[in-house]
Design a protein around this ligand. Structure first.
Ligand SMILES: [Zn+2]
Ligand SMILES: [Zn+2]
Length: 325
């Protein structure tokens, strides 16, 4: 009886402990994760919970969410350093504002329109499939691990390491997007060009809807209406002001209102509709992810990629592993 009971206990232990442990090993090999004494609180806006994550685990989820896992390792490494720098600067400089803006006082969130995108293990298995998960997550862990503690600084301060999907040929000046000149976020040439056209889209918008969405209204339209056209462009050929029947609208506002992919816009009209043809994807400031992929394919290393997109920065180790700088 006692022997049967002990066998039963052994089987139960096997099922309860070893099986989940082996599954955990399969999906998240512990040997690849270094212990890390910095933990951050993350508002998961999809699951609507606050998560406590090590910085390492958080960065793996950010790189996995923000960049295709199929990109060259050097591009993934550049993304890991950008995400680490962005995170640590936000934690250091915006702590009070972040605590106020996130439920539960979390330090950062997973909403890409507010902080950075982040995917949980379950979301990644759903996105990639169980078969590809292990191979993909291993590459991303390698990108985070091999750049352990590396951040970008300018004049000794962590930089605002913003990035975007595809600039369409030249990155944008931060001053054009946020109205503030940032010396390391200035336009640079980018090799993502063809991808920018592929990622772009043509959006046909009914003119009556356009006026209503922008809050212009028919009475706001001057008598000498001149249709919808780009009235001013930035130095990198993006629209800065769009004239909507004579009413000037900032291209950034137009992009937000219509959820356009970028402000690199060409405008035409067709019947009662305005056609917005965009190139690229994102605000265009800082690192262009598709451009980073193209540099990595040409054999450039992650630090060369980062120095290309963030002008004049230093890449350095923060003082103690993944601790605060
Ligand atoms: Zn946030
Ligand atoms: Zn680009």
């Amino acid at each position: 009886m006692a022997r049967t009971a002990s066998i039963l206990v052994a089987v139960c232990v096997g099922v309860m402990v070893l099986l989940p442990a082996s599954i955990a090993l399969l999906v998240h090999p512990p040997s690849l994760i270094r212990p890390d004494d910095m933990w951050i609180s993350v508002w998961d806006h999809s699951a609507r919970v606050v998560r406590r994550l090590s910085l390492q685990d958080y960065l793996v989820g950010v790189v996995a969410a923000e960049m295709p896992a199929s990109f060259e390792l050097e591009a993934l490494k550049a993304q890991a350093v950008a995400a680490r720098t962005y995170t640590l600067r936000r934690l250091a400089n915006d702590a009070v504002r972040m605590a106020n803006e996130h439920p539960g006082g979390a330090q950062i969130c997973t909403d890409p329109s507010h902080c950075q995108a982040w995917n949980s293990r379950e979301q990644l298995v759903g996105k990639w499939g169980a078969g590809a998960y292990l191979a993909n997550v291993r590459r991303i862990i390698a990108a985070v691990e091999s750049t352990y503690g590396l951040v970008m600084t300018y004049n000794g301060q962590l930089i605002d390491a913003v990035y975007h999907s595809c600039c369409g040929g030249m990155t944008e000046d931060a001053a054009e997007v946020w109205g503030r000149r940032i010396p390391y976020l200035v336009p640079v040439a980018c090799g993502c060009g063809r991808r920018g056209v592929e990622l772009g889209e043509a959006r046909a918008v009914d003119n009556a809807y356009l006026l209503a969405a922008l809050g212009i209204g028919a009475r706001g339209v001057p008598a000498l209406a001149s249709g919808v056209r780009v009235a001013a462009r930035t130095g990198t050929d993006r629209a800065s002001i769009v004239s909507v029947y004579g009413v000037p609208v900032s291209a950034a506002q137009l992009r937000r209102t219509l959820s356009l992919k970028s402000t690199r816009i060409a405008i035409s009209s067709e019947g009662g509709k305005t056609i917005f043809r965009t190139t690229g994807y994102g605000h265009g400031v800082g690192m262009c992810q598709w451009g980073a992929a193209s540099m990595a394919e040409r054999g450039e290393t992650f630090d060369a990629i980062l120095r290309h997109y963030y002008t004049g920065v230093r890449i350095q180790q923060i003082t103690s592993g993944e601790n605060k700088p």
